[in-house]
Design a protein around this ligand. Structure first.
Ligand code: KG4
Ligand code: ZN
Length: 331
């Protein structure tokens, strides 16, 4: 089966072709226009998707060396995400599916991030623990099987990616904040400043980052007068505070579920310090990281999960709408 996947939940216009579980193309256009605003402007993001979708679909088809008539099904992100950007992708996907007379399948963006780990390791077996860390979510999942998921814990306030983005803004490093802080932190001393790690004392599997962000804000108020610590040191210390809490909770989740395998998903999974620290702490577990292009938003995870769902017996569906707050399990 050949599935075309479309992802427009935020500021990446992403399309991919998956054929029998293999990714033939993975084409992404990141909307750099938002950098000058210091964050994603939803209205601009929707208009950019509108302009780019045709072009990116054509590029993905030619990268995969197939014709549009070869497509058997289309998968598209239904949510969570920005209502307007999701609507652009869904409307496009519906039009194409009707025009080509092929199946259409809505996909949950978070579930797709998690399943990108099967692209990293096709031998990945259930059950496993997943740390899902993106711009809008920080969650720990016990993945027992396809569509059998237990939420172990999540953030009480900001997501880890949000903490990177807000921290970068405070430090004047630009957007997106994760890669910007990671770059600035190279060569910095992660022990130079002790930033708070939220909810570390409790045995809970929840996260909190709002105190960390406030702490950085106050620290930077006095920073001008303190030349013994460089901005690199501050970036490294801030990054380490986020990483430490993620590593601690992942370790707890692995012990709690007695899991042998753990995986990581979402944009923050691209962070090298996080990868290094997780490997060190969970040296007795098998730990899987998707390759960088499958961590941040991409079409491959959508086409791949769409094909899995169709193979699992999900019927084609054209009657669905946008779900900006779509959950992985019903509340
Ligand atoms: O999964 P994603 O691409 O989009 C959402 O679904 O939100 O994640 C985006 C988030 C942003 O907050 C971005 O700053 C963060 O992932 N991110 C990183 C890195 N690359 C992207 N955070 C830390 N280190 C990175 N290298
Ligand atoms: Zn995402």
């Amino acid at each position: 089966m050949i599935v075309l996947g479309i992802e427009t939940s935020c500021d990446e216009t992403a399309v991919s072709i998956c054929k029998n579980g293999l990714i033939l193309s993975n084409t992404v256009s990141s909307q750099l226009i938002h950098n000058s605003y210091g964050g994603v402007v939803p209205e601009i993001a929707s208009r950019e998707h509108e302009k780019l979708l045709n072009i990116i679909v054509d590029k993905s088809l030619s990268d995969a060396k197939i014709n549009v008539a070869d497509i058997d099904a289309i998968a598209v992100t239904q949510g969570p995400g920005l209502a307007g950007t999701l609507l652009t992708g869904i409307s496009f996907a519906k039009g194409l599916a009707v025009g080509l007379n092929v199946s259409l399948i809505p996909v949950n963006h978070l579930e797709a991030h998690i399943f990108a780990n099967f692209l990293a390791d096709p031998n990945l077996r259930y059950p496993f623990v997943c740390l899902l860390v993106s711009g809008g979510h920080t969650q720990l999942w016990h993945i027992k099987n396809i569509e059998s998921y237990v939420l172990l814990g999540e953030t009480r306030d900001d997501a880890a990616g949000e903490a990177f983005d807000k921290g970068a803004r405070i430090l004047g490093l630009g957007y997106p904040g994760g890669p910007a802080i990671e770059k600035e932190a190279i060569g910095g001393n992660p022990k130079a400043v002790h930033f708070p790690r939220g909810l570390m004392g409790s045995s809970s599997l929840e996260f909190s980052y709002s105190g960390l962000k406030t702490s950085l804000l106050y620290f930077m108020d006095d920073f001008k007068n303190n030349s013994s610590i460089s901005k690199k040191d501050v970036a490294a210390s801030y990054q380490q505070a986020i990483v430490d809490s993620l590593v601690e909770k992942m370790d707890r989740a692995v012990r709690y579920t007695k899991s042998k395998t753990c995986v990581i998903a979402g944009g923050v999974a691209a962070n090298k310090t996080l990868r290094l620290c997780l490997r060190k702490r969970l040296s007795n577990s098998s730990i899987i990281f998707p390759e960088l292009s499958f961590c941040t938003d991409n079409g491959a995870m959508v086409s791949f999960l769409g094909e899995l769902k169709l193979n699992a017996g999900h019927a084609s569906n054209i009657e669905f709408g946008v779900q900006p707050n779509l959950k992985m399990v019903a509340p």
